[in-house]
Design a protein around this ligand. Structure first.
Ligand code: GLN
Length: 447
């Protein structure tokens, strides 16, 4: 704990943490020390964890990096956070992220950008940028974040660490601030696959507080990390032919593909004909869900309230205009539009149908192949400010991560080398729903 607290102080300019629980972490470390001495310590004893500012931690501020939640403190623990605490994890702080987890660069936080520790003129990715940089820069051992369309995987790729999103519903969402509920999934950022597996083992499983959480048994993921099986792997040809794909990223991922072939795995090109539709489908559905989920921030129930109001309507309007940042406002407007009476069928219903096609095609490929491999992101970490004026370019940064989110299947990003500028490249693997054991074991083998 002292080691991490020291690093957090020395690397404060990275802006990864919004708040550090210094005294609490030290006290907790002492308690855990005693438990270790009497042999009563839990599975995560001594694991120093940072939590993204979208997960409720009782008695602590919770803001989704937004001004609209100024002054809000959580009254309860998210189920995932509760389970970490039960197993004696040490929570060291609350991590910066894109406002309401909307973004791919951590430039939409009300608390400023997070800087990539490999090159501080570049973004860390998003939305879990603070969580990824915290692991990258050794400010904590692991981070717990959320992934709606790539928010754990893409920043992990940009920061050279492991980012893992389990199957939709594998982890309870109780106490996770909602962005797009049919996509949101808690995930982990770590230096090793083994740490991510241990975290999943602790937090996964049924929960009386979230009826969508799966009731399936939770395997001992951390004990299932070795494999010598020869797998059938599909690489999505369309991704490698995508014009936005950086040449060095392409070469690195194709290099891994060749290595797997040489190791005796069966590796084949597969077609995924919906690549051009996945980003539009994702943004229509997620903005629709977000516009509904964010309706609750009205200045009455939580956090910030504009002072300058005359009646109830102006209270709503001014609070929301002053409390939400630009990107969040853009998405609320887009989502409200696609749900409006005149356009619902043309956009929302259509996008739901396309989501179904994408899910069916993905599941069909995963019946034939154990894994699909592709890059995590089309480029390495881009410059701060590079995409900020162009939301469409920013949205296209998600082109390779949203497929798993639309289909609800588990996916992981693992480091796969660096480009000529020393920036890290992420390899992404997807597998069938609830086949996390083989996903983790195979990623562990590749790393
Ligand atoms: N970049 C994507 C978005 O802005 C993903 C965000 C996320 O997974 N929370 O929606």
């Amino acid at each position: 704990v002292e080691h991490y607290l020291q690093n957090i102080k020395e690397k404060a300019e990275l802006n990864a943490f919004l708040e550090v629980f210094e005294q609490e972490a030290i006290t907790q470390a002492d308690i855990v020390d005693h438990k270790i001495a009497n042999g009563t310590a839990g599975k995560l004893a001594g694991m120093v964890i940072g939590i993204k500012d979208v997960l409720a931690y009782k008695g602590h501020s919770l803001q989704a990096s937004s001004k609209i939640l100024d002054g809000f403190k959580s009254l309860y623990n998210a189920s995932a956070v509760e389970r970490l605490i039960q197993e004696d994890a040490i929570i060291i702080g609350r991590q910066n992220c894109d406002e309401f987890a909307m973004g791919a660069s951590n430039e939409s936080s009300a608390f400023g950008n997070v800087l990539n520790a490999d090159d501080t003129s570049r973004v860390p990715g998003g939305s879990s940028g603070g969580s990824a940089v915290a692991v990258q820069a050794d400010l904590c051992l692991v981070s717990i974040g959320s992934d709606t369309g790539g928010s754990v995987r893409q920043p992990a790729a940009f920061c050279g660490v492991v980012g893992f999103k389990p199957t939709y519903s594998r982890i309870s969402r109780y106490g996770l601030i909602a962005y797009a509920s049919s996509f949101d999934q808690i995930g982990f950022i770590a230096k090793s696959v083994a740490d991510a597996a241990l975290l999943l083992e602790v937090v996964a499983g049924k929960d009386g507080m979230d009826s969508t959480a799966s009731e399936r048994d939770v395997p001992a993921y951390s004990e299932l990390l070795s494999t010598d099986k020869k797998y059938k792997i599909g690489y999505i040809r369309d991704c490698f032919e995508n014009e936005g794909l950086d040449a060095e990223v392409k070469e690195a991922i194709l290099g891994v593909k060749e290595m797997l072939k040489d190791d005796g795995h069966q590796v084949e090109a597969v077609d995924f004909p919906y690549l051009d539709y996945i980003v539009p489908t994702y943004y229509i559905l997620t903005t629709a869900e977000a516009s509904s989920n964010l309706g609750r921030y009205d200045g009455v129930k939580y956090g910030f309230r504009s002072g300058n109001v005359t009646d109830l309507t102006s209270l709503y309007k001014k609070t929301r205009a002053e409390g939400f940042g630009h990107e969040v406002q853009r998405r609320i407007m887009l989502g409200t539009f696609v749900l409006s009476a005149d356009y619902y069928d043309a956009y929302y219903t259509k996008a739901q149908k396309v989501r179904r096609l994408i899910k069916e095609k993905t599941d069909e490929l995963l019946q034939e192949y154990d894994f699909l491999i592709l890059p995590t992101a089309p480029t390495t970490a881009f410059k701060i400010g590079e995409n900020i004026e162009n939301p469409l370019a920013m949205y296209l940064a998600d082109i390779f991560t949203v497929q798993a989110s639309l289909a609800g299947v588990p996916a992981i990003s693992i480091p796969a080398g660096r480009d000529a500028n020393g920036l890290s490249i992420g390899l992404q693997l997807m597998t069938r729903s609830f086949e996390e054991p083989q996903l983790l074991a195979f990623s562990n083998y590749i790393m």
